[in-house]
Design a protein around this ligand. Structure first.
Ligand code: GLC
Ligand code: CA
Length: 565
């Protein structure tokens, strides 16, 4: 495999609206981000991915862009953005932006021009398609619920939106559109960006005959993802985009890739793949319900371990996935992957260890490093997210009570991760002097940066140690390029793997006990060094290993060991 500058980096996702507000309007901003660069540097972060900060009506929180060349006023100015780039650079950090090019906002000037003249040239920038017998061209349901086709006023055409109706899909078949997108990407890269996280990208290739399919719900509609799954050829667009843009800058790209076809892994993220990396969504896909959040499934430890291990092994010799436990679209990892008895500081450190030391590029989502959790709401009106409102209605339609529907939101809502960052136990968790745009998670009184910053055994302190270990001169090469070897798979409750450096022979063993009972593991080799534990039991572990060749792990205990060669 070719070595690349991003292979040994650690990334952090900022959701700007909820990070830090510096002017009291209740909305996080670029100044807030600039002021926390040292905090992130100290954590060990190299790459910062910003969720969209472009001009937007915020129907889908900035994933509906009305001007790709402007910074949303809510967040600040282009000068402040340039300052952020410069300040990051000073600290050897890279800024990565969100690239949302499957769709734009219905407020984008080209879409407005298209609506004004549904037979004119701009209509072909989008999918403006004639209806059939006065009805939609096909029976697609959008990702956010309801029909994916919207009538074009004063015309017999409909336009396609795979997400909200305020997010019309760009017509990627139109070369002019593609060229404009590439030009825009290069404009940002010229500023000195490190690269892009690439949103919803698999959707850009459509079957432009837009066939209807067998309905998959009582509404007579079928998810628009069906059409994407049935269509080939996205790779040609992705290769063209790469050649026209990223490749010229040696930029880092990480794809939000769902529904990749089997055996396409190498094409997507191999040495000459479409992207540098793509997120590993295999674990979160385990919870997906057949119809929606209302039939989602809890995480089963054994299945979880199995799919993560399979995903790790699949990538060997191909490339690097980006490892996450949460993001702005998912519930908090600590609430989702930890059983109830483990939803405490020990458990959070354990989950951190098993995620950050995997093979791949670790992505930490804001607040994860202090152990932020899901947020209980008492009424659906307290939610903001467009998809949460839809899923709530969907649950009611399926016959769930209001209370049950609310519980689905509590477990799955995208707002769980979008509540503002908890900086202190002061007013609004130190996030804003004004009224936060989305109510705080009340647990900011206990879980916050200030309380953890100088506490030696806090979750934050542990994340710092963990990242420092991953990047330590003596171990970096093994944590980055070492192969991944599952261990003790026959022991229930134990999540264990080795990272093995085939050149130097260095062997690192990571053990974590996700069970309620203690477990004794028989070591296959002697320990050279205990590198990290979440319980501070280095000496006891050393003593037991030396005496018996075993390690007894408490419930929720995790250790990182260097084995003798
Ligand atoms: C991606 C984003 C999500 C957004 C959607 C539409 O999945 O992560 O937040 O709603 O694309 O842009
Ligand atoms: Ca603000």
């Amino acid at each position: 495999m070719k070595r690349k500058w991003w292979h040994d980096k650690v990334a952090y996702q900022i959701y700007p609206k909820s990070f830090l507000d510096t002017n009291g309007d209740g909305i996080g901003d670029l100044r807030g981000i600039i002021s926390k660069l040292d905090y992130l540097k100290e954590l060990g972060i190299d790459i910062i991915w910003l969720s969209p900060i472009y001009k937007s009506p915020f129907v889908d929180q900035g994933y509906d862009i009305s001007d790709y060349y402007k910074i949303a006023e809510e967040f600040g100015t282009m000068e402040e953005f340039d300052e952020l780039l410069a300040e990051a650079k000073k600290r050897d950090m890279y800024i990565v932006m969100d690239l949302v090019v499957n769709h734009c906002s219905s407020e984008h000037e080209y879409f407005k021009a298209a609506l004004a003249d549904p037979d004119g040239p701009y209509a072909d920038y989008f999918y403006f398609v004639k209806g059939i017998d006065g009805k939609e061209p096909s029976n697609y349901r959008s990702y956010f619920g309801g029909k994916a086709w919207e009538p074009v006023p004063g015309s017999d055409k409909y336009y396609l939106h795979m997400f909200a109706k305020e997010q019309p899909d760009w017509n990627w078949e139109n070369k002019e559109v593609r060229d404009k997108i590439y030009k825009m990407i290069n404009w940002w890269l010229d500023k000195g960006l490190g690269g892009f996280r690439i949103d919803a990208i698999i959707n850009i290739k459509k079957d432009t005959s837009f066939p209807s399919y067998e309905p998959d719900g009582d509404d007579g509609l079928v998810s628009c993802v069906k059409m994407v799954e049935e269509t080939d050829g996205v790779g040609e667009f992705l290769e063209e985009m790469k050649h026209e843009t990223f490749e010229k800058y040696d930029a880092f790209t990480v794809g939000e890739v769902f529904n990749m076809k089997e055996d396409e892994l190498r094409e997507f993220v191999g040495d000459d793949g479409h992207f540098s990396s793509m997120f590993d969504f295999s674990a979160l896909e385990l919870t997906y319900g057949e119809h929606g959040w209302y039939d989602s499934k809890p995480v089963d430890f054994k299945r979880w371990r199995e799919v993560l291990f399979a995903s790790q092994k699949e990538m060997e010799g191909i490339g690097f996935k980006a490892n996450i436990i949460e993001n702005h679209d998912e519930p908090r990892g600590a609430s989702r992957y930890l059983p109830e008895y483990a939803q405490n500081e020990m458990g959070k450190k354990m989950l951190a260890t098993t995620s950050i030391l995997l093979r791949g590029i670790p992505f930490i989502y804001q607040g994860q490093e202090i152990g932020m959790t899901n947020c209980h709401r008492n009424d659906i009106s307290e939610y903001d997210d467009i998809s949460t409102i839809d899923q709530y209605q969907e649950a009611l339609r399926a016959g769930l009570s209001e209370e049950e529907a609310l519980k689905c939101c509590y477990e799955n809502s995208r707002d769980n991760a979008r509540t503002p960052m908890q900086w202190s136990d002061g007013k609004n968790g130190g996030f804003t002097d004004g009224t936060p745009w989305l109510a705080m998670n009340p647990n900011y009184m206990e879980i916050n940066v200030a309380a953890q910053e100088h506490k030696a055994d806090s979750v934050l302190a542990y994340y710092r140690k963990l990242i420092a270990l991953r990047k330590a001169k003596e171990y970096k090469d093994t944590f980055t390029y070492g192969i991944f070897k599952p261990k003790y798979e026959n022991v229930d409750d134990i999540f264990a793997f080795e990272r093995v450096n085939e050149e130097s022979g260095q062997k690192l063993l990571i053990l974590a006990n996700f069970g309620t009972e203690e477990h004794t593991i028989t070591l296959e080799q002697r320990i050279a060094k205990v590198l990290l534990t979440n319980e501070g039991r280095q000496e006891a572990i050393n003593a037991e290993a030396a005496l018996n060749g075993t390690i007894t792990l408490d419930s929720c205990e995790t250790v990182v060991l260097e084995l003798e060669k």
